[in-house]
Structure formats: C-alpha cells, structure tokens
Design a protein around this ligand. Structure first.
Ligand SMILES: [Zn+2]
Length: 147
C-alpha cells in the first residue's frame, strides 16, 4: 500500500479512472516512484491525463490497447501526461528517457489539453525491461522502434 500522505507532488486522484473515483490509490508503486523522481529532477509540474482515462483504466474502456498497462488487470502500470513547461520537446524527452521507464510513447502535436495542442506528451509505463519498447504516434499511426 502506498502511504499517500508521504507522497510528494501527487495526490491519488491524479491517477483515478474518471469513472471510478478513488481508484487512483491502486497505481503501481514503482511507476509512482519514477514519476516523483522525474518531477523532482526536472522541476516541471506533471499534468496526468486521468480526466480522459489516461491513467488507471479499470474496465479497459478508455481507448487503450487490449493488453495496455493502463488496465487494472495489467497492474495499473501506465500513465499518460504532459509537463507544464515551455522547455523544448527534445529536452523533455531526454529527461523522460533517462528516468528508466520500460515503455515510452511519444505524442508530438497529437494531444489536446484544455483546447490547446500539446507540443509533446508522453505515455510511460513500468513493464519489464525484457519487453522494453518506445513508440510514437503520427497521423493516427503507431510506429514502434523495436521489433
Ligand atoms: Zn498510455
């Protein structure tokens, strides 16, 4: 169990499935720990996409892949987010990449937030390193870097 009163930078609701208030408490502890580290190392606020089902997905009905790590039955091991910062997308990626996530999805000019196009947003998850993958979405198509 995560001791939420000791967690810096995040509240559990920031990982909720929007259809299940309180579900955010079940976010994977390693994922949370890495997000806290990323937040601390960068100083950039992390805006999780829980309102649109971009964190925990309890029933698998928020548009993620069939075996998505967002799903509760897959361990609540994924989070979609963007940084509240004006630093370059490349440097944002650099910081995400060095944190040590097993899966990283890159969404450049793909996501909107508050009616604004985000220069870059990320999916991160803590899958095992034997399944490590990086991908990006472009024109609705997913491009996976590793075979
Ligand atoms: Zn995702």
């Amino acid at each position: 169990m995560i001791s939420w009163n000791k967690v810096k930078y995040f509240k559990s609701y920031e990982f909720d499935d929007p259809d299940f208030p309180g579900s955010g408490k079940e976010i994977n502890g390693t994922l949370l720990w890495q997000l806290v580290k990323l937040r601390k190392d960068t100083g950039w606020p992390i805006i999780t996409h829980w309102r649109v089902g971009g964190c925990i997905d309890v029933l698998g009905n928020h548009g993620h892949a069939t075996h998505s790590y967002h799903r509760k039955d897959r361990g609540c091991k994924a989070c979609d987010f963007h940084f509240d910062t004006t630093v370059s997308p490349r440097y944002q990626f650099f910081m995400v990449a060095k944190t040590g996530f097993g899966g990283i999805g890159i969404y450049q000019n793909q996501w909107h937030w508050n009616n604004k196009l985000l220069p870059i947003g990320f999916h991160v998850d803590v899958r095992s390193s034997s399944r490590a993958q990086i991908w990006k979405r472009e024109n609705g198509k997913y491009i996976y870097l590793l075979q």
